[in-house]
Every structure is written in structure tokens, then in C-alpha cells.
Ligand binder design. Structure first.
Ligand code: 13P
Length: 257
């Protein structure tokens, strides 16, 4: 079965942004993205306090907005957490779940990430499920075992139909914010593994978009996006500069041609 020909580029602002600088960034990204072909989808995942601003400035543009995490709970006495339904109130499309920074600094287990993914889907969001190995795990030959476990914990909770709607982002921990990108062939090998795992869940699930994340920049994006199983990118640092982010979106378009 042939896969959909589409690319997706999503910015993960992490804990960056202030209201004034966001206004310029969001406006510039919306303007630049309007020139892209429609099979290049663009999103930005912003800190929750800026969801209203994102909604105000991006509504009516081709750029969708999202959150960087959601609670595993629908609501209740969970101080500091944000429910997926609350994000929906602000027109959100995407929810990053299981980012390695949350797995590492907030001790999020594969099971919790699975529960968060399920909540996001139930609320009507598109989860971007992050998986990735540390350098130590890679060097000990455990990459497939680690990311396989991370992905299985999510897939086991979902129906085939739900699983077909998720986005998976492969983000090797050693490549995040370090300037060390995985070699395109190295990333492709992991993406092919992830694609096979999705295929096991069902033929339609194998069509899910698979993003690469970790030091994606304008000068390495095209080669990464040209790989057969890399459907786009999850962009950290370079998503904070409109020129760089739009150049990466443009690279996704070039890779489709
Ligand atoms: P960098 O692009 O800054 O390496 O961050 C990648 C990332 O973690 C995106 O979620």
C-alpha cells in the first residue's frame, strides 16, 4: 500500500518565548507558510500560557498550534497539570507526548506516556509521540529494544483506528540540543524499524507520519527529509527563528518534489 505523500514540520518551542517576541515569530511563520504547498503541514507547539495568542494569530492560517504535554487525567485535583480538553478550548491540533525531557526530568514512564496519548486522542488532539534512546543505550546496541518498548506501551492502549492517527517522532536523546544530528541513513534505519512496528499494529497504522527530531537545521533538513521513512521533523532550537524554521519547511517541500 502506498503511503500518503505529505510532510509535517512541527516546532517545539520548549520553555521559550515571551509575548512580544512570539507575536513577530507567529506572524512571520504564518506568512511564510502560506506559500508552501498544501501537502507540507506546519505546526508549532508553544507553552500553554501562549495558546490564546497562538490561536489569535494563527487562526485562518495554514499553521496549526499545539501543546508540549497533556495530563493523563481528564480533570480533577492535579495541581499544575493541563488537561487535553483545556487545550481543545484554544483550538489546539497537536499534543507532544513523551518528549525525552519529560521522560528524563519528570520521570514519565512508557505507561504514563501511553495513558497521555490515549487522553489526547480521546479529546480529539493529534498526539506526537516521542521515542528515542540515550547515547549509552545506542552504544550498547539497545536502540531498537528501547524505542520498541516506548512505542509498544502506547500502541497496546490504542485501537487500530486510533493508532493510525498518531504521529511518532524519533528523537535520539544524544542529538537533542547538542548540534549532533543523526546521520540521515542512521535515522532512516530507526524510522524503518518504527514503520515495521506500526505495520504490525495494522496496515493503516503503517501510514502514520514519522518525524525525526534532534538538531534539525536548514542545512541538514533536506537530506534527512529525503529518506524514505522520514515524513518531516520536530524542530527545537531552529523553530525559534522564523527564517530557519521556514527554511526547514521549505526543505520538506523540496524533499517531496
Ligand atoms: P533541537 O532541535 O533543539 O535539537 O531539539 C529537538 C527537540 O527536542 C524537539 O522536540
Amino acid at each position: 500500500m502506498s503511503r500518503q505523500r505529505a510532510k509535517l514540520v512541527v516546532g517545539n518551542w520548549k520553555m521559550h518565548g515571551r509575548i512580544d517576541e512570539n507575536a513577530a515569530l507567529l506572524t512571520e511563520v504564518a506568512a511564510g507558510a502560506s506559500a508552501l504547498q498544501k501537502d507540507v503541514r506546519v505546526g508549532v507547539c508553544v507553552p500553554c500560557p501562549y495558546l490564546a495568542q497562538s490561536q489569535a494569530l494563527l487562526s485562518g492560517s495554514v499553521v496549526k498550534w499545539g501543546v508540549q504535554d497533556v495530563s493523563a487525567h481528564a480533570g480533577g485535583a492535579y495541581t499544575g497539570e493541563v488537561a487535553a480538553e483545556m487545550a481543545v478550548d484554544f483550538g489546539v491540533t497537536y499534543a507532544i507526548v513523551g518528549h525525552s525531557e519529560r521522560r528524563a526530568y519528570h520521570r514519565e514512564s512508557p505507561e504514563l506516556v501511553g495513558a497521555k496519548t490515549q487522553r489526547a486522542i480521546e479529546a480529539g488532539l493529534v498526539p506526537i509521540v516521542c521515542v528515542g534512546e540515550t547515547l549509552e543505550e545506542r552504544e550498547s546496541g539497545a536502540t531498537e529494544q528501547v524505542i520498541g518498548t516506548q512505542l509498544d506501551a502506547v500502541l497496546m492502549l490504542l485501537t487500530e483506528e486510533q493508532a493510525a492517527g498518531i504521529v511518532v517522532a524519533y528523537e535520539p536523546v544524544w542529538a537533542i540540543g547538542t548540534g549532533k544530528t543523526a546521520q540521515p541513513e542512521q535515522a532512516q534505519a530507526v524510522h524503518a524499524f518504527l514503520r515495521r512496528k506500526l505495520q504490525e499494529k495494522g496496515a493503516t497504522v503503517a501510514n502514520a507520519l514519522l518525524l525525526y527530531g534532534g538538531s534539525v537545521k536548514p542545512d541538514n533538513a533536506r537530506e534527512l527529509f529525503a529518506q524514505g521513512d522520514i515524513d518531516g521533523g520536530l524542530i527545537g532550537g531552529a523553530s525559534l527563528k522564523s527564517k530557519d524554521f521556514l527554511a526547514i519547511c521549505q526543505a520538506a517541500q523540496t524533499a517531496l518534489q
